[in-house]
Ligand binder design. Structure first.
Ligand code: NAD
Length: 421
């Protein structure tokens, strides 16, 4: 099939590259010239395992442009994959989705049947009540009759995005019309996972419910972890015991300093802000967010057991990405920790294998080290904030290490404290 992808971030570019690998002809659109140029040169603007290789191997099937006309007019399906960030009050910012839908619609005017698919995470009702009216207004056409409409949430995880896209647990297609359902069933026919066809708003809600549930699972185990720490219990033994229950499962029960990333934070906040506006109780999601905001500061509390005054103390922070194998720092737990250290006037020196350039944009004035070893060399204490594999090989002998991510190999330090164990 001929596919247009609007927005070449983690979701758009990975989806586009994977569709190209599967033999489809893909044209990606972005407003960012630099990204478009890089993609056309076979270089992914984001770090994601295997992505560069797909872009170069399947270069005949994928290209990028800033021109909506070129992409939409030569395609059968357009996926809207632009960002849906938070407004200041936590509510969802739909401006990119609206801009993209309007720009797509303007090109659809001259086309026969075409399917528009919202892949961005949007609150229930958005595809039907925001995207559909924009498409109808600017095309002067009717959804379901002149063009198709669907909502196809994405569940990939950064760091393993290519694998997750190609081998998903399930594919959800919320379809406005039957013809669109057939088109998407056809597009995804090579995938062996269950394909669930739903209403538009059920598809939208499945994404929010999934993210809020996973975030809640982590916040729950972190709350249990705080009990365990106090009682001298290893939370990981507790998680192993719980996880053997088929109803619970072991995944997302690793306690630590909390969740970050581009999605859990903004999606939980968006659901909470929406619930507030609609006057719907939202206590579970509220609690999930609150636990996560307090959890990173447990690390500072433990640090102060050994260094009660942080002023002028050299503190090494290992890990800036919100998790290993990505350069993404959105909602990273390292940020509130570093903010607190700076508030207490500590001298902060940091290292991350991939995320330092991104972090420099929000914190230009801390000391960025060339290697992990340089970072810890003369530090008075070390905080482990991301579990990058290379940190497991460091020699922590003689050091004070406060671990937020269960880097077991650091236990040989002079002082070792785990945040929940
Ligand atoms: P991103 O910020 O990495 O990428 C968005 C891209 O859209 C950027 O390259 C931006 O330049 C481009 N863009 C913005 N406005 C545009 C416009 N009008 N026309 C063309 N391009 C435009 O975002 P992302 O992480 O890929 O997330 C995209 C959506 O997918 C969000 O709704 C997110 O919640 C959802 N999602 C993300 C993940 C993830 O792990 N990152 C996983 C599942 C779902």
């Amino acid at each position: 099939m001929n596919i247009a992808i609007i927005g070449t971030g983690y979701v758009g570019l990975v989806s586009g590259a994977c569709f190209a690998k599967l033999g489809h002809r893909v044209i990606c659109v972005d407003v960012d010239n630099k990204k478009v140029e890089m993609i056309d040169n076979g270089i992914a603007p984001i770090y994601e395992e295997g992505l560069d290789e797909i872009l170069t191997t399947y270069k005949d099937n994928i290209r990028a442009t800033t021109d909506y006309a070129e992409a939409v007019q030569q395609s059968d399906i357009t996926f809207i994959c632009v960002g849906t960030p938070s407004e200041k009050d936590g509510s969802i910012d739909l401006s990119f989705v609206k801009e993209a839908a309007t720009a797509v619609a303007k090109e659809l005017k001259q086309k026969s049947w075409h399917v528009v698919v919202v892949k961005s995470t949007v609150l229930p009702g958005t595809t039907q009540h925001v995207v559909l009216p924009l498409l109808e207004k600017h095309t002067h056409q009717k959804a379901g009759k002149d063009f198709g409409l669907a909502m196809n949430p994405e569940f990939l995880r950064e760091g393993v995005a290519v694998k997750d896209f190609l081998e998903p647990d399930r594919i959800v297609i919320g379809c406005y019309d039957e013809k669109t359902k057939t088109t998407l069933q056809n597009l995804y026919k090579e995938f062996s996972c269950p394909l669930l066809a739903t209403s538009l708003s059920a598809a939208e809600m499945i994404k929010y419910a999934s993210n809020c549930f996973l975030a809640a699972k982590i916040s729950f185990i972190n709350e249990i972890g705080n009990f365990c720490k106090k009682l001298g219990i290893d939370t990981y033994e507790v998680a192993d015991g719980m996880g053997l229950d088929e109803r619970i499962q072991r995944s997302f029960l690793n306690s630590g300093i909390g969740w970050g990333g581009s999605c859990f934070g903004k999606d939980t906040r968006a659901l909470r802000a929406w619930a507030k506006k609609e006057e719907i109780p939202c206590k579970m999601v509220d609690g999930t967010i609150n636990v996560n905001e307090e959890q990173p500061l447990q690390l500072i509390k433990l640090l102060k057991k050994y260094l009660p005054v942080l002023k002028n103390k050299k503190i090494a922070v290992l890990g800036l990405a919100f998790k290993p194998d990505t350069d993404d720092i959105r909602d990273t737990r390292a940020k509130p920790i570093i903010d607190k250290l700076l508030e207490e006037k500590a001298k902060v020196q940091v290292y991350d294998p991939k995320a330092m350039d991104n972090f420099k944009k929000i914190h230009p004035n801390i000391h960025y080290c060339k290697t992990a070893q340089d970072t810890i060399k003369d530090a008075e204490a070390i905080l482990l904030t991301t579990e990058w594999a290379e940190f497991r090989k460091l020699d922590f002998t003689g050091k004070i290490v406060i671990d937020g991510r269960r880097v077991k190999e650091a236990e040989n330090a002079k002082v070792y404290e785990g945040v929940c164990w």
